[in-house]
Design a protein around this ligand. Sequence first.
Ligand code: ADP
Ligand code: ASP
Ligand code: MG
Length: 396
Amino acid sequence: MKFGGTSVANIDKIKNVAEIVKKELNEHKLIVVLSAMAGETNKLQKYLDAIDSEFPLENDLVLTSGEQVTIGLLSSILNKKNIKAMPLLGWQIPIITDDNYENAKILNIDKNLINSYFQKYNVLVLAGFQGVNKKGHITSLGRGGSDTTAVAIASAVNAERCDIYTDVEGVYTSDPNLVNKAKKIPKVSFEEMLEMSSMGAKVLHTRSVELAMKNNLTLQVLSSLTKKKGTYILDEKNLIEKEIVSGVSYSKNESKITISGIPDKPGISAKIFGLMTQSNINVDMIVQNISQDGVFANITFTVPSKDHDFVKSIIEDNKKLIKYKSLQTNKSISKISVIGMGMMSQSGVAEKMFKTLANNSINILAISTSEIKISVLIDEKYTNIAVKSLHDVYNL
Ligand code: ADP
Ligand code: ASP
Ligand code: MG
C-alpha cells in the first residue's frame, strides 16, 4: 500500500491511514510506503532555492527528509493500536540506487532484511522517494517518486497487489481537477497508463508504471478518503474492451527549443542530442525539417521546463560545434495528448484532434505520435480549452 502526500497531510489523515492499514491487515502482512506530508517536499525545495544550493548530495539529503517524519508517525500510531509495525528508511533496507542524485534509478532491493523483519512485525512502514547509492549517500528518485518505491518493493517481494492511495478515486479520462466531466476509468492497460503518465497525468510517477509493466504487477489507484473501488492498471490481455481514446493528458512543464539553419549533413542530430545525453536532459518530442534548397535543416524539440535555461546555455556554448544560425526557445507552451489502445486499429483520431483545435483557433506548434498516442504542442494559455474540448469531442 502506498499513501501519497495528501493522504498523510496531517495527524488526522495519518490516523485515517492507520485505520485503512488495520482493516487490510486481517488478510495479509503489509508493506506500507509513505510520501511526505503534502507540500512538505516543496517547502524543503524552497529552503534549498533560498541558499542557491548546488550540491546534489546535500539537496537529496534535505529533500528526502519529509518521509522520515510520516513513517515515524504512522508506525507509532500503529504500535499504539497493538499492531506490530516497524518504520524503515531507504538506506536501512537497503534500496540501492545509481549516483544520479535528484532523479536516481533503483538498481537493487535487498529482500533479506524485509523477510527477516516480517518474522517479528506485521507491517513495515517504508519511506518512499529515497534510496542509497553505493557510496552510502542518500539519493532521491525524482519528484513524485514514492509511487516508484512502492512498485519496486511490491515487485521485489512478489506482492499480490500494489494499491496506490491518493486524493482522487482513480485514474480519470483527464485530470479531474481541470475537467469537471472527467470520468473514472475502471481498468486501463499498462501501455495506456504509461503514455498518460509520461504525457503529464501525474497521478502515477511514470517510472512506477514502467516497472509495473515490466513485472506484470497489477496496480490499483484509489482514494484514501472514500471506500470505493479504484482503477486497475493491468496487462492489456485482461481488457475486454479497448477504447479508441481513453484519456486526454496535458503537461505545462515543457519548453520548446528550435535550432535553425543547421547544415543538413549526417551526424548533426547526433551531436545535438549527444550534448543533451551528456547533461542527463530528457528530450521528448523531436521534429526536424529540411529547407527547400536542401542545404539547411531546422530541429525543434522539447525538454522539461526546469532544464530550459541550462539547455539554452549548452546550445549557445556549442554554436561552433553545431554550426547553426539561430536559436529560439519558448517556455510558455503546453503539450496535449490523446491516448487510447483502439487507435492502433482505427483511423480518424488525428483528424478529429486537429479539427477540434482549429475550431478553437488554437495553432499547433509541433506534432508527434506513437501507436497509441497523438501529442501536440500549443501555446500554454490554451491548455484548459484544448483539454476540455478534446475531452468532449471524443465523448469521454
Ligand atoms: P499523491 O500525493 O497521492 O502522490 P499526486 O498529486 O501526485 O498525488 O497525484 C494525484 C493528482 O493527479 C490528482 O489530484 C489529479 O489532479 C492529478 N491527475 C492528473 N491527471 C489525472 C488523471 N488522468 N486521473 C487522475 N488524476 C490525475
Ligand atoms: N514527497 C515526494 C514529492 O513530493 C515524493 C512523492 O510524493 O512521491 O515529490
Ligand atoms: Mg504523486
